[in-house]
Design a protein around this ligand. Structure first.
Ligand SMILES: *Cc1c(COP(=O)(O)O)cnc(C)c1O
Length: 391
């Protein structure tokens, strides 16, 4: 039994068996793609029945409930709803808990589109949006007002990988009835359990690790018993749903999530450690490294690492960066992560941060460590660094 989630089965067993119904699906191992809008009812009684059932394409089908069951079990949630992207799961969660006149606190390390939704849409709807220091839960207490209704947490933060002290944030929020939304895309429910640490709603960019093969857009939002009904109602009212094809790809990806995460965790940690101290590398920002400023919180609240981390290189001209990234053999540049293939992206947190300006000198890269041979990945990075320093 997992004491954190109350699950009686291991995550590996849940990932292998939950959300599959061969007895219903003519013996097929995987829940097939149930593609459709119209669902037919043979009688008036069937049409007017209030029994739980599938009644219309948007409100669910066996392909979508397969993934909902899986994520609900893994997160130890009261329930899960599916969205067409991770960002729509974030906007759904925020729209569920906030009303006009409320204040929202967002970690300054949040994924940039989360900020854009908060600043560009929630502000327009009468919500006051403020950013807080991801590393200062104590300072956070002074920012709370009687209008604060929600705190958005992303741990580790996008690009800069601060680990937030979720239990400390929950201790501030709970007595005041403030709800907590956590973006748990990096660690996945295998390595971090925000609901057990005091969060109310957990979202995933399922596009990343759940799908795992860079070939579908997908999002999930899971809530505790307090918030699930409101989350579900808001989901229905907004008209959100995920394509049955993408649900199938997410369910299929998740069958191997535990294996993939084990590899991603070990490799990203190994390669981050290997990069540390190399010529041209100023700092490696990976929560599993003892050098990470929040490593103690990581060690306490996480049981493994994600695939992505950041590296700060000594400042060099743009041409050196171009020589480095244009000449990669295995790594490629792309705006995503979570697939089986390694990615590298030059990043600019200094252009995004507002509450705590990002002032560290140097050129910053975000790496996603894929499933290639570890020695091949190291060789690609070693020659990339050599090109960077030589240009
Ligand atoms: C990619 C990402 C999202 C958004 O997911 P999409 O499916 O691209 O909308 C949200 N949070 C984090 C941390 C991400 O990396």
């Amino acid at each position: 039994m997992d004491e954190k989630t109350g699950n009686t089965q291991s995550p590996q067993t849940i990932l292998t068996h939950v959300g599959r119904h061969p007895e219903r699906d003519r013996g097929y191992v995987n829940t097939p793609v149930y593609r459709g809008s119209t669902i037919l009812f043979p009688t008036l009684d069937a049409l007017e029945s209030t029994e739980p059932r599938f009644d219309y394409g948007r409100t669910g089908n066996p392909s979508s409930s397969a993934v909902e069951e899986l994520v609900t079990e893994l997160e130890g949630a009261a329930g899960t709803v599916l969205c067409p992207s991770g960002l729509s799961a974030i906007s759904l969660a925020l729209l569920t808990v906030l009303n006009a006149g409320d204040e929202l606190l967002v970690t300054d390390s949040a994924y940039q589109p989360t900020r854009r939704f908060s600043d560009g849409v929630l502000s327009r709807l009468g919500v006051t949006v403020r950013y807080y220091d991801p590393r200062q839960p104590v300072g956070l207490a002074d920012m709370l007002t009687d209008k604060t209704r929600a705190i958005f947490v992303e741990s580790p933060g996008s690009l800069t990988f601060e680990i937030q002290d979720l239990p400390a944030i929950a201790a501030l929020a709970a007595p005041r009835g403030i709800s907590i939304i956590v973006d748990n895309s990096w660690a996945t429910p295998l390595y971090h359990h925000p609901l057990a640490l005091g969060a109310d709603i957990v979202i995933h960019a399922g596009t990343k690790m759940f799908v795992g093969h860079s070939d579908a857009m997908f999002g999930t939002a899971s809530a505790n018993a307090k918030w699930f009904k409101a989350l579900k109602d808001t989901h229905v009212r907004l008209g959100l749903c995920a394509s049955p094809d993408d649900c199938f790809l997410a369910a299929r990806g998740m069958r191997t999530l535990a294996l993939r995460m084990k590899e991603h965790s070990a490799r990203s940690t190994e390669i981050a450690g290997w990069l540390e101290g190399r010529e041209g590398v100023r700092r490696v920002i990976h929560p599993a490294l003892p050098s990470h400023p929040d490593h103690a919180i990581f060690a306490r609240d996480f049981s493994g690492a994600g695939s992505v981390f950041s590296v700060l290189l000594d400042a060099r001209p743009r041409a050196a960066l171009a020589a480095m990234v244009d000449g990669f053999g295995l790594f490629a540049m792309g705006w995503s992560w979570g697939g089986y293939e390694s990615l590298c992206l030059p990043i600019h947190p200094e252009k995004i941060r507002t509450f705590v300006p990002w002032t560290e000198a140097g050129v910053m890269l975000r790496l996603h460590i894929g499933l290639e041979g570890v020695d091949d990945i190291k060789a690609d990075l070693a020659s990339a660094l050599a090109r960077y320093l030589a240009s």
